[in-house]
Design a protein around this ligand. Structure first.
Ligand SMILES: Cc1cc2nc3c(=O)[nH]c(=O)nc-3n(C[C@H](O)[C@H](O)[C@H](O)COP(=O)(O)O)c2cc1C
Length: 185
């Protein structure tokens, strides 16, 4: 957080696929974010080794350190993810593990956290989104449940449909406008 007038949102994309729908949604939000909001799409979650307590500490892998630094530099964290076999993809789960440690002081601790995503089913990935929110909350994030959008990509292209775009931008706005101090009162 270097500029008090800017809200920085770290974005964790749960798909590694080059043509990922969810990555496109993250890019759409980045490109259409309102003034004063910047999105840092954290690429390369596939480069982060599986979490291993033996690897953590002073000599943690560079990709994990970079992930932690980018999340730590953000004011908000947004996961944009599909669903794999009824839950979140492993790369996203792994990223949450890395940013949850050191215990009680991980990069995600105390950060408002939201989750959105789309899948080509009528459910839109809601199990993955529920699991992501639960895991992030256990990791120490402040989960903003109202952000959640599980968007079916059935009979609609979420990247171009104006109603879906508006819904996703509203979700981003809910995350950005969330006031942690108000929720704690
Ligand atoms: C291994 C695997 C498991 C999947 N499991 C689910 C699932 O449980 N629920 C679902 O809605 N879609 C599931 N899908 C379909 C994905 O949601 C779909 O491929 C989606 O487009 C992936 O997101 P992406 O376009 O961002 O890569 C699965 C896809 C894969 C490759």
């Amino acid at each position: 957080m270097t500029d008090t007038n800017t809200t920085r949102v770290a974005v964790l994309v749960g798909s590694l696929r080059a043509d990922s729908l969810n990555r496109k949604l993250a890019e759409l939000l980045r490109d259409e974010a309102p003034a004063g909001v910047t999105l840092d799409i954290i690429d390369g979650l596939g480069e982060v080794p599986f979490y291993n307590e033996d690897l953590d500490g002073e000599s943690a892998p560079a990709a994990a350190v970079a992930l932690r630094e980018r999340v730590a530099a953000a004011d908000r964290v947004l996961a944009v993810t599909p669903e794999y076999n009824g839950t979140m993809p492993a790369v996203l789960n792994n990223a949450i593990d890395w940013i949850s440690r050191p215990y009680g002081a991980g990069a995600v601790v105390g950060k408002p956290f939201g989750v959105i995503g789309a899948t080509p089913t009528p459910y839109g990935g809601k199990w993955a989104h529920g699991d992501t929110a639960r895991s992030a909350g256990i990791a120490g994030a402040i989960v903003v449940e109202d952000v959640t959008v599980s968007q079916p990509a059935v009979d609609v292209d979420p990247t171009t449909d104006p109603d879906v775009r508006a819904k996703l931008l509203a979700a981003l706005g809910t995350l950005v406008d969330f006031a942690p101090e108000a929720s704690a009162a």
